[in-house]
Structures are given as C-alpha cells and as structure tokens.
Write a protein that binds this ligand. Sequence first.
Ligand code: AMP
Ligand code: MG
Length: 320
Amino acid sequence: MAEILAIGEAMEQALALLEGGDVVAIPTETVYGLAGDATNGVAVARIFEAKGRPRFNPLIAHVADRAMADRIAGFDPLSAKLAEAFWPGPLTLVLPQRAGNGIHPLVTAGLDTIALRMPRGFGGELIVRLGRPVAAPSANSSGKISGTTAQAVAADLGARIGLVVDGGATPVGLESTILKVENGKLRLLRPGGIGAEEIEAVAGAKLSRGATGIEAPGMLASHYAPGAAMRLNVEKIAEGEALLAFGRNRAEGWERAVALRNLSERGDLREAASNLFAYMQALDLVGAATIAVEPIPFEGLGEAINDRLARAAAPRDNTA
Ligand code: AMP
Ligand code: MG
C-alpha cells in the first residue's frame, strides 16, 4: 500500500523514487499527477503500467523553468508570450521538440511535438531538485476520474505505487488547458484550468477550436506511423523485411531479416514499451518496405503495445 506523506516531509523520498526510475504521485495546482523522469523510458513505461492505460497517448512533460523548457522545445513568439503570462500555472503548450533534448520517445508517443507545462508548488520544486523534466498524467487508473486529494489517489492507485505526496485538495481541480500555435494561430486542444477568454485577452486574438480538434487522449490526429508497412504477429519472415522481435524465440527465417531490433530479449513488457517508438523509428530508417513484428503478449503493458502497433499497421488516413 502506498505511503502518504505531507509535502513538508516528502521531498527527499519523492526525489529518490524519481532518481531510481520509479513513479510518485504528487499534488499540482490542477489535479494529482503520477510523475516519472521524462528522460527514462522504464520510468515512463511504469506510469502507463500503474494507470493500466490500454494505449500510449502522449503525456505532458513538466518543467522547472523557462530555461529547461527552451532546452526541450522551440517557442514561437505567441507561445513565449503565453508562457510568460501563465507559467507557472495550468497552461500546457504543444511545441516542436528540439533534436537531442533527452526526452524519451514514449513520453511523446513518437511525435515530434511535445506538450509542456510549468507547475506551481511541490511539483515545481521537485523538478528543480531533479534537474530533469517530469512526465505526469493525472494520478488515476484508466477510465476513473482524476484524483484531487491524496486519499482519492491512494484509494485508486495505492496498491501499485509506493508514495503519494499529500498537498491537500488541489486548488484548480481541473486538468490544464492545452493550446497549440499553428501558423501563428491559436488552437484549443483541450479546455481546462484557464478560461479561453483569459487566454484570448493575453494573445490579442481568438482561439480556434477547429473542426480537426480531435486530439483528445488516444485520438491524436497525427500519431506516429512509420513509412514502412507493418505486418503483425508474424511467424515467418519474408524476403526483404526488417524484424521487430520480442523475447528469446525468433520467428522462422529471422536470419533473412535486413535489420533486427529486439524490444526485450528477456520478454519484459516494461522494457519493450520503453523501446517501442525508438525501435520502430530505427527499423523504418533502414528503408525496408515492411517491418515484420513478432507476437507480443496482451497482458499488462502488452495491450498498449499491441494497440500502438495496430495503429502503425493500419492503412494511412490522411484526412483524420
Ligand atoms: P494527460 O497527461 O492525461 O493530462 O493528457 C495529456 C493530453 O495532452 C492528452 O489529451 C494528449 O492528447 C495531449 N497531448 C500531449 N502531447 C501532445 C502533442 N504532442 N500534441 C497534441 N496533443 C498532445
Ligand atoms: Mg487523465
């Protein structure tokens, strides 16, 4: 069962968990977050595992300050103005990632953009101490409502995590507002803790909600898909295929594969999840027409891994 510690006495233990690649539930001004080191793939896989999320949607990366944000992403002038006005606070900005920023691809589900936010209070202090960004979706199991008290979080996730930091009831109680600047225009991706009017007043322009605004969790318009075709659950490798393997036993004809990456030699689904996006991208770069994928079990994180593979294998829909 998770320990519950008040913010005044939790810092060192929370920091030790993050440094050890583990997760910790923390209060933020919006709702409680389930935090993990955003540069550590196994930590990020543990977030999905603890939430029991059936799919890998991109997570918000939380930063300590603008300098950390600038190392991760590029700010256009309007995004910079909004960050200046609302950070720290319940505003998340979707921005283009900088190459080599150290963010693990499981955080962004392989996208080249990233959702960034600077939280107030304990979360902000924890990130300063860690010196690295923290990925943190709401601290609730998949399908349940977001936890706004430490007791609610412990009741829901307590069996799966070690520590809940108790900062009392979260002041905003709603998720952050998510915005993206596209061609100089502001688009609301998710309504939340800061009202549209307040944002429009600072931006000096109207928000568009856009007919293509279907970037709710799991419904991203532009999720990562390799250029190669994907063939799933293969038992036999065909000529010219690249192979995305899993576990110790290879599919028949594996020696023929033009390239091979093993998601987890020892069959560990957490390790496999942390390698998924990087290995799909690596095999895609080889230029094979098809990436063959060995069967992945459906238990635990296997469900989300299979979901993402199925999306990558689906016919491309450019109108979505
Ligand atoms: P949560 O962390 O559970 O509060 O949810 C994060 C939200 O941010 C989800 O609705 C995601 O779809 C959205 N999101 C995260 N990263 C991106 C991105 N790069 N582009 C668009 N939406 C994003
Ligand atoms: Mg949530």
